[in-house]
Write a protein that binds this ligand. Structure first.
Ligand code: F6P
Length: 474
């Protein structure tokens, strides 16, 4: 079996006791690395230095896996991570042209860091390695590896959405990004809609398209592209929630503080794509339309801060805090606070237990590649008395979770009505909807996702590489 090499911007390192960071993705990828033996995971160490070394990777061997890490210099961090990745690709791929801040300096920093990753990784690769590169930070990496003569199979998984062509081509450097993506042997998207958008981009630009089932031709290369919806460790998460229901202190004290009240829960990184302000407005609308609910429900929004040195995220922190203050100030009473808002992350056990206790899970992003909170909420439910998932139709998860109540988060009144529908849904309907989603998630869990992608990367014919990729056109 070929060795697996994973490359991602952040690397989920085990702690000193060998425990993996929380989250199914880290666990599934570590399992895949170990299964294939002698695995390698390369990425950014998370450290930023005035001038970072560019000639070697820091290596750590933990539990049979080699972690090869590089620090980033301040300018690399500013231009590649905080700049092009998170102020251009992130907003554009989430349909927010209004928030994209395009600067030529940042674009060149993005390609420079991808060249640095390629320089550092190339000497470590063997011909029969399987290389799996993750996410929008590293789209140009395969092209750079090919230019350095790397011939092994290289796959890519995009964790965020792929935009429609009208949005993509508004990005001044879109052609380089689109072309770079086509240097992979297998490209994985979250949903069929992302895949269709990608194909539309190729056709509109007249550079290629799909030639047969899953096989694409573009820029004089053949490659595989498909939808590989990411998922969670469903059975393990369900088990965690069951235990946390009675065995987690925070869950216990939260329940005690909400006796006789229904909990509605939202959990998101503080990110404008998550639709947090729209969600609070919908909740406010519900309280206006249904005064009888006041005092009887409580909305808990758990929102760890994220990317705080990117200006759009700083602005958002202020906006959400002000809105929560408005709702609590205008609708709260001396003995009832409508919204509990916390800027901290909670442990997995507490989250699982709170999901299970919540009557309604509100997952209403304006755009999201998948959204694993939606899947975790479903997995956490008590089969005898499950809660209801209210899910944005713009989350990738909406393509799979057919038992959710789908909403358009831009439609505040309709979202408010849907939350009310969820709160008053009869038990029989709740069970039926939940069962369909849970059955799907038990089969389509994160291991299924991982194995499906790797089986495709292993079995499909590698692309017919154009000589172009062996030349350096820059
Ligand atoms: O959803 C995309 C993603 O990059 C995830 O892979 C990651 O967990 C999340 O965003 C957090 O982003 P960052 O690494 O910028 O904190």
């Amino acid at each position: 079996m070929s060795r697996l090499v994973i490359v991602s911007n952040r690397v989920p390192l085990p702690d000193e006791d060998g425990n993996l960071p929380a989250g199914g993705l880290a666990v599934a990828l570590h399992a895949a690395l170990k299964k294939r033996g002698d695995g390698l995971w390369m990425g950014w160490s998370g450290k930023v230095r005035e001038a970072a070394p560019t000639d070697h990777l820091d290596e750590k061997q933990i539990d049979g896996i080699t972690y090869a890490l590089t620090d980033l210099s301040e300018s690399d961090y500013d231009e590649y991570y905080a700049g092009f990745a998170n102020r251009v690709l992130w907003p554009i791929f989430h349909g927010r042209l209004d928030l994209a801040e395009y600067a030529r300096k940042e674009m060149s920093g993005y390609f420079r860091v991808n060249r640095l990753f390629a320089d550092l990784l190339t000497p470590r690769l063997k011909d029969d390695d399987l290389v799996w590169i993750h996410d929008y930070h590293l789209i140009p990496l395969a092209e750079e590896l090919r230019r350095r003569g790397v011939t092994c199979r290289i796959g890519f998984f995009l964790h965020i959405p792929w935009p429609p062509s009208d949005i993509l081509i508004a990005m001044p450097v879109y052609e380089r990004v689109l072309r770079a993506l086509c240097a992979y042997d297998v490209i994985g998207f979250q949903t069929d809609l992302d895949l269709a958008n990608f194909e539309e981009c190729l056709r509109r630009e007249n550079v290629g398209g799909q030639v047969e089932e899953r096989i694409f031709r573009a820029y004089d290369r053949m490659f595989v592209a498909g939808a590989f919806p990411i998922s969670i460790e469903t059975a393990e998460f369900a088990q965690l929630a069951e235990v946390a229901d009675t065995g987690d202190e925070l869950v216990e004290s939260t329940k005690n503080s909400l006796v006789g009240k229904h909990l509605i829960i939202g959990v998101d990184r503080l990110d404008y794509s998550k639709g947090i302000t729209h969600r609070i407005e919908a909740y406010e609308q519900l309280l206006i339309d249904h005064p009888e609910r006041r005092g009887n429900i409580s909305f808990l929004q758990v929102t760890p801060k994220s990317r705080s040195d990117v200006p759009e995220y700083m602005a958002m922190q202020k906006k959400v805090a002000e809105l929560i203050g408005r709702v609590n100030g205008s609708l709260g009473t001396a003995d009832w606070v409508p919204t509990r808002y916390i800027n901290q992350s909670l442990g997995r056990s507490a989250l699982a237990g709170l999901y299970r206790f919540a009557k309604v899970g509100l997952v209403t992003p304006l755009k999201d590649g998948m959204n694993l909170v939606a899947k975790e909420y479903v997995a956490s439910q008590d089969p005898a008395d499950p809660g209801v998932l209210v899910l944005s139709r713009f989350a990738g998860a909406a393509r799979e979770l057919k038992g959710a109540l789908l909403v358009n988060p831009y439609d505040t009144e309709m979202t408010a009505r849907t939350i009310e529908q969820a709160l008053s849904m009869p038990l029989g309907e709740r069970r039926e909807r939940w069962r369909a989603m849970m059955d799907h998630l038990l089969v389509h869990d994160v291991n299924h996702w991982c194995e499906d992608f790797l089986a495709t990367l292993t079995s499909e014919k590698p692309g017919q590489r154009s000589e172009d990729y062996l030349l350096d056109p820059t």
